[in-house]
Design a protein around this ligand. Structure first.
Ligand code: ADE
Length: 230
């Protein structure tokens, strides 16, 4: 069973539309949809926004159906000059940009008193993802930074650490939370985001207009990954 998770309805809608033999199960506020895509057993769910929501859904999935891998998909705000709206970013790794215990002597992003800071995605899944040839836009490999903020002002001096210190290519709000839960539980994970905005003053407008087509853009990509998984 492969878990496919997105934060919002718009990020999973197309997956639900093509899910074969669909069955659903509810747990508190969440609905888990089981079925097949590309002949693979999948469980598709919306986790909601932010790191806590993503982490609790990831752990619930692990405890109840122990997925063999996580694929997290959705939208991200581009930081890298190389990324344009509509491009796909495959995370080589991810980290929490808002984890900050620097005053205690830890590095930015480091979870104090733990081995966790930069969380690598599964190498084989990243290589498979990078073989995808999209109809539009390009596929880029890079670093995703996760935090509980929607960033609309990336050029602020106070956010320069996203570039200088953390060398991020895009920002979003869930990836490294899923990544941490998967890493702690020793489950491979892949994080694939479509760039919906440039984390600038137009970000909220660009994001809202991209959201309805979010999962349409990522469905072909995820199909490619599922086909290639053994
Ligand atoms: N997801 C998509 N765009 C984003 C942004 N600008 N900040 C945080 N998360 C995002």
């Amino acid at each position: 069973m492969i878990a496919i998770v997105g934060a919002l309805d718009g990020e999973i809608a197309e997956f639900l539309a093509v899910l074969e033999n669909k069955k659903e199960e509810k747990w508190t506020d969440f609905t888990f949809y089981m079925g097949k895509i590309e002949d693979k057993d999948v469980i598709v769910t919306k986790c909601g926004v932010g790191k806590v929501m993503a982490a609790l859904v990831a752990q619930r999935l692990i405890d109840t159906c122990k997925p063999e891998a996580f694929i997290f998909t959705g939208l991200a705000g581009g930081l890298s000059a190389n990324l344009e709206i509509g491009d796909t970013l495959v995370a080589e790794d991810c980290m929490q940009h808002d984890m900050n215990a620097i005053s205690l002597g830890f590095k930015r992003g480091e979870i104090p008193y733990s081995p966790y800071r930069i969380l690598p995605c599964d190498r084989a899944l990243v290589d498979l993802a990078m073989q995808y040839v999209p109809e539009a836009g390009k596929v880029v490999k890079g670093r995703i930074l996760t935090g509980d903020q929607f960033i609309t002002n990336r050029s602020l001096k106070s956010l320069q650490y996203l570039y200088d210190d953390l060398a991020g290519d895009a920002v979003e709000m869930e990836g490294a939370a899923i990544g941490l839960v998967a890493t702690v539980n020793k489950i491979p994970f892949l994080l694939v985001r479509i760039i919906s905005d440039r984390a600038d003053t137009y970000a909220h407008i660009d994001f809202q207009s991209f959201l309805p087509k979010a999962s349409r853009n990522s469905l072909q990509f995820i199909r490619h990954i599922l086909r290639g998984m053994v």
